[in-house]
Each structure stands twice: as C-alpha cells, then as structure tokens.
Write a protein that binds this ligand. Structure first.
Ligand SMILES: N[C@@H](CCC(=O)N[C@@H](CS)C(=O)NCC(=O)O)C(=O)O
Length: 261
C-alpha cells in the first residue's frame, strides 16, 4: 500500500502526486493540514522529524524528501519510466531537481509569502499580527516584520524573484532544442519543476513566459494537457487560498514585471 502524507498547496507534496498519477498508481491520502500545524503532531514527527510534507509510506517503509520519493517510486514502479535511459540525460534531470532543492524551493516560499500569504496574516487584528512577528524570536523579528510589511518591495523578495527569473530563463534555453527538460522524454525533472512553475501561474505571473519565453510557454501548455496535471496540482488546494493567490497575484504582477524588466 502507498500512503502519501501531503498538503494541498505544498509544492513539494505536489511532486509525488504527479509521479503517482503519471504511473497510474493507487494511493491512500493522509492529509496533513500544515495551516493548522498538523505537521507538528507527535505522530507525524515520528515519520518526518523535520515536520515537513510530503512523506510516503510504502508497505510500512518511510520515504522522506520529495525528490527522493520520486526516485524511489520510479525504481519500484518503473513503468512508465520517469528517468531517462541515457546516463548523461539522467545527470541533466538531476541537475534540475538538485537546483530545486538548493535554490528554487526557498525562493518559492519567499515569493509566495511576499505576494500572497502575508495578506492572510495581515488580515488579523493588530495584536495577533504582533504575536506572529514575536514568534520569530529576537534575531529574526525585524526580518519577519519587513517581509510582512513590504511584500515585493523587500530586497529579500526581490532577490527571490530574480532567482526564479533566472531559473525560467534557463528552462526556456534548455527547451529550445528538446521537448522536455532532460531530453526527449517527460521525466522526474518535469515532476519536480511543474509545481514551481504552476505556483507562478496561480500567482498570475504567467506573463513571465507568455510574453517572452516561447519554449517555456509551449512546455507548460503541454504539461497542462497531461491527465496528471489537474488532479495532482488542484485536487487538494483549499479554494480560499487559491483565490487569495489569484487576487493578490493580479495586484502584484505590474510590480513584478517592472522589477524583472
Ligand atoms: N526538502 C523537503 C522540503 C519539504 C518542505 O519544505 N515542505 C513544506 C511544504 S512545500 C512544509 O512542509 N512546510 C511546513 C513548514 O515549514 O512549516 C522536500 O522536498 O520534501
């Protein structure tokens, strides 16, 4: 039995949902509501001591880390394969997933907070907003206040947007002469990258590829047409959060475009 501990808007948790859908594997959903701190419950921390989603449990074996979950699923259920057969293509695939883990994941969290999620915090009464800032501890407090108040005008958010922009540019270049990120076939590179591009789409920032990156635009249109896309990316998203991202992202787009021009 495959059990996936996951959450609706978590980019990392969408990755195993895509891999499972691509392989048409049945799985049991164990929903962990990170917005209600369910990832800090002692039973969950036993499975995932870092208190993050996703976690896969396969016949009692626990597998953590979304990139490793993808690799595991592909080795145990190799049909259809999600790893290129050529060793050099496999390296190219892993360079994408490594870069997600090393840089884009953090940038995604910063951008999402700056554009959208900070507004959910700011909608609280002032004493609760202050309590949220205080919770960061003395060393982090001012940084948290700045992120909350300044949104994409905060230099940290601007740096994260530039990291994202470079990543999109590199995708567009890679896709100039091949259909998929690691070569001729849809692979774990796509499984990893899709949720991060989709996050920008949910934040109404798709102009970053529709206006200037035709190969990426074409790639994303093909990704969206796959049967795995809709259920894996939207099957578990809380509607209010999706609407918040849409509304606040629309407001932010002119500023983002001006920053990255
Ligand atoms: N490297 C981990 C990162 C996991 C991670 O950061 N998960 C986020 C959601 S995308 C999470 O659970 N956040 C909850 C929190 O930090 O409180 C992976 O790829 O599985």
């Amino acid at each position: 039995m495959l059990e996936l501990y996951h959450h609706g808007t978590s980019v990392c948790a969408a990755k195993p949902r895509i891999a499972l859908a691509e392989k048409a594997l049945p799985w049991v959903s164990r929903y962990v509501d990170i917005l209600k701190d369910e990832h800090f419950a002692p039973e969950y921390l036993k499975l995932n001591p870092k208190g993050v989603v996703p976690t896969l449990v396969h016949d009692g074996r626990v597998i953590r880390e979304s990139t490793l979950i993808g690799e595991y699923l592909d080795e145990v259920f190799p049909d259809p394969p999600l790893k290129p057969s050529d060793p050099w293509d496999r390296v190219r695939m892993r360079l994408w997933t490594k870069r997600l883990d090393e840089e884009l994941h953090a940038a995604c969290g910063i951008v999402t907070f700056a554009i959208s999620h900070r507004h959910a915090v700011l909608a609280n009464p002032p004493e609760l907003v202050e309590a949220y800032i205080d919770k960061a501890g003395p060393a982090e407090r001012e940084r948290r206040r700045r992120k909350l108040q300044r949104g994409i005008d905060d230099p940290e958010a601007q740096g994260a947007l530039r990291v994202y922009d470079r990543f999109l540019e590199d995708m567009n270049t890679a896709l100039e002469d091949q259909p998929w990120l690691a070569g001729e076939h849809f692979s774990l590179a796509e499984v990893g990258v899709i949720p991060y591009v989709n996050r920008l789409d949910m934040l109404q920032l798709s102009g970053l590829w529709t206006e200037q990156r035709p190969h990426l635009a074409d790639w994303f249109a093909r990704v969206k047409a796959r049967a795995s896309f809709e259920p894996a990316l939207f099957g578990y998203v809380p509607p209010a959060l999706r609407e918040l991202m849409r509304e606040r992202g629309t407001e932010a787009w002119p500023g983002v475009r001006a920053l990255l021009e």
